[in-house]
Design a binder for this molecule. Sequence first.
Ligand code: NAD
Ligand code: HSO
Ligand code: ZN
Length: 430
Amino acid sequence: MPLRLDSADRDFEARFSDLLAGKRESSRDVSDAVAAIIADVRSRGDAAVAELTNRYDKAGVTADTLRLDAREIGAAARQVPDNVRAALQVAHDRIRAHHEKQKPQDHVYTDALGVTLGTRWTPVDAVGIYVPGGLASYPSSVLMNAVPAHVAGVSRIAMVVPTPNGEINPAILAAAEIAGITEIYRIGGAQAVAALAYGTASIARVDKVVGPGNAYVATAKRQVFGQVGIDMIAGPSEVLVIADGSANPAWVAADLIAQAEHGAGAQSILVTTDSRLAGAVATEMERQLALLPKQALAREGWEEFGAIITVASLDQAADLANRIASEHVELALDDPQALLPAIRHAGAIFLGHHTPEAIGDYVGGSNHVLPTARSARFASGLGVLDFMKRTSLLGCTPSALSALAEPAVTIAGVEDLDGHGRSISIRLNT
Ligand SMILES: NC(=O)c1ccc[n+]([C@@H]2O[C@H](COP(=O)([O-])OP(=O)(O)OC[C@H]3O[C@@H](n4cnc5c(N)ncnc54)[C@H](O)[C@@H]3O)[C@@H](O)[C@H]2O)c1
Ligand SMILES: N[C@H](CO)Cc1c[nH]c[nH+]1
Ligand SMILES: [Zn+2]
């Protein structure tokens, strides 16, 4: 059984703090293992990537077969049934339409002094997109990564995906085809992130690595940051459901199981004002888990890190939600809009009884690559801006420079940087 907490209990704060501190995504062991993998890829390149891929994925690759060729991609994609292709196309089109609305505008203006100021957006040249594939396969993540990159105008998109036992779900390649991705490598884990960040003989390095993954992937992204950009830490998935007496316990239980199904580090938490609902959801979880074919994975995710928390009010539920800063927050309430302003830290918020998180995983149109492990306190979900950079523009007329010279030279003086001051004053009166 997962943790049961009541905010009225004397030891609530201590137990809630333990829940927040739970090591789901990073540990000393994983950090050390990842550092060793990155060092190995940096020194031995493709040979290390192939060896590590065979060790962890049993993929049967050599340094020469890391990349899928166009014929393989086309043949696998053609195996995909029409209804699956059509579903992926629906998802693609909805994700594209939503992300088109995120495209930023350049702007330039001239102020009263005659100074021209502006902001210009340009795409990142080359990105690596990580599509997870250890325990489950995620064709939807191909679209969630690739579509915003295309909308941003990225010219090179290199995709990596692990192929356990040398097998790849054809729907991954169908999704790649729909999204227009042609550079695909059958590699995953920390070795894939290292290859993208540092480059090898067969994989040209990229400028930024994005995408979700397990603890090894998340830790590798932390460790290569600086060599390349990263989007955020999108590690093991999590959901926090806020529910009152209006919620259907069977639906809430199904939503908690859906995230727990991601296994290994996944977390599902219910916060409710209704103690009867808390009990009913616990009972429903047991009933539904017993029916699930993949119950072992979901049970592991639920029992190791899951929790049911009873609170006195929805305001208190919102406070706890902000402290947890979950990847997904569901408001299973009749009037979700009333609580919405109080939820400030969440990767994505799902409004009302008829918006299960899983609709956002696939076809809602919003992105499912979202910050985990409390990083929604400072990070956002993947979007077009993650694939772009902002450059500022500044231009002075002679009179604008004259008007600004005195305060600028004064500040240069207090910083004791006379060269800075002189580069301004040298332009005056000439
Ligand atoms: N936050 C998000 O937006 C989001 C979206 C989709 C999926 N996810 C998460 O992505 C994760 C996918 O995990 P996964 O495991 O199925 O696939 P994965 O592709 O992330 O990881 C598989 C790789 O892990 C590496 N690995 C496994 N065991 C290892 C070990 N002992 N030592 C070194 N490397 C090892 C291997 O290289 C393997 O290729 C889940 O946690 C899921 O919750 C998150
Ligand atoms: N819930 C995951 C993280 O947002 C995404 C996903 C893909 N497929 C199923 N689920
Ligand atoms: Zn999911």
